[in-house]
Ligand binder design. Structure first.
Ligand SMILES: NC(=O)c1ccc[n+]([C@@H]2O[C@H](COP(=O)([O-])OP(=O)(O)OC[C@H]3O[C@@H](n4cnc5c(N)ncnc54)[C@H](OP(=O)(O)O)[C@@H]3O)[C@@H](O)[C@H]2O)c1
Length: 251
């Protein structure tokens, strides 16, 4: 059991706190946002306090602040040399963390999504990946990355999740316009994609293309779909969005 502190108790902090509490850790969170921290206190019995108290009471500190306020919030706080720090903040670099959290020097930067609470969320890890594995595996697999550039590229890929959801929402809406059944359309669309993805083996490069090619054979509706998306620029749009997001994360 570890003493875990969370600085910045918002959208991503809440599922982290719930998962960590379910594993028996002792959780301390900052008061803001009050709605989330008081809900976690009522639900999990976490301690709620000001940032310095949370840090003082913790062996492992999660930094879950919005990037633009990180410097202002963290600068006046005092960390300890023995503390391990997990940052989930996009666009806050390793060198910024080193400066802001000194004398702490054991860092890991990662990208959780809220569904880590129920498992299956891959966690890209730059830094102390063993700490993340200790905390989140086996439910959530840790994927070690070589450097900060690679971490930022994984952040960009995470932005594909809402991108793909948006495309699926368009498909589901189109289906409901044909059937008049919005709930049925959304159920069918989401179940189709999640059911298909669940059958795929993980960790084999080339599998996505192989599954696509197995479906999109000569004369099929599937090939008409993949060809149209290629020729009308969907893939170019995706690449340009990923590149632009990657540039935005460069520090
Ligand atoms: N959301 C995600 O799915 C996700 C996924 C991966 C990474 N991240 C990263 O996680 C970080 C947080 O994102 P989020 O979506 O969880 O944002 P969020 O919901 O806005 O959470 C940030 C929290 O920080 C609190 N805060 C503001 N000023 C503070 C202060 N001085 N002291 C203590 N707490 C303070 C905010 O409280 P108030 O509301 O009262 O201002 C808010 O509860 C970002 O860096 C983001 O890149 C998020």
């Amino acid at each position: 059991m570890s003493r875990i502190g969370i600085i910045g108790t918002g959208h991503i902090a809440a599922p982290i706190a719930r998962l960590m509490a379910s594993k028996g850790h002792d959780i301390h969170v900052t008061e803001r946002n009050t709605q989330v921290s008081s809900a976690l206190q009522a639900e999990l019995g976490v301690s709620v306090g000001p940032p310095q108290e949370v840090i003082d009471a913790s062996d492992i500190v999660f930094l879950c602040l919005r990037p633009h306020i990180a410097e202002d919030v963290l600068t006046p706080l005092r960390f300890r040399a023995d503390q391990r720090v997990v940052s989930v903040m996009a666009a806050v670099s390793r060198s910024q963390l080193v400066a802001l959290c000194a004398p702490a020097s054991d860092f890991v930067q990662t990208i959780p999504l809220g569904f880590l609470q129920t498992g299956g969320c891959p966690l890209a890890a730059y830094g102390n990946d063993r700490l993340l594995a200790e905390l989140f595996e086996p439910e959530n697999p840790v994927v070690k990355v070589a450097d900060e550039t690679a971490l930022n590229a994984h952040f960009a890929i995470c932005a594909m999740v809402p991108g793909v959801l948006d495309l699926m929402a368009t498909g589901s809406k189109w289906l409901s316009e044909q059937t008049g059944d919005m709930d049925g359309a959304e159920f069918y669309t989401t179940q189709l994609m999640s059911g298909f993805l669940a059958t795929m083996q993980k960790g084999h490069s080339g599998q996505l293309a192989a599954e696509r090619d197995a479906l999109a054979t000569e004369g099929t509706l599937s090939l008409q779909m993949t060809d149209t998306l290629q020729s009308e620029g969907a893939h170019d749009a995706l690449r340009s969005a990923l590149t632009a997001i990657g540039k935005r994360l460069e520090t």
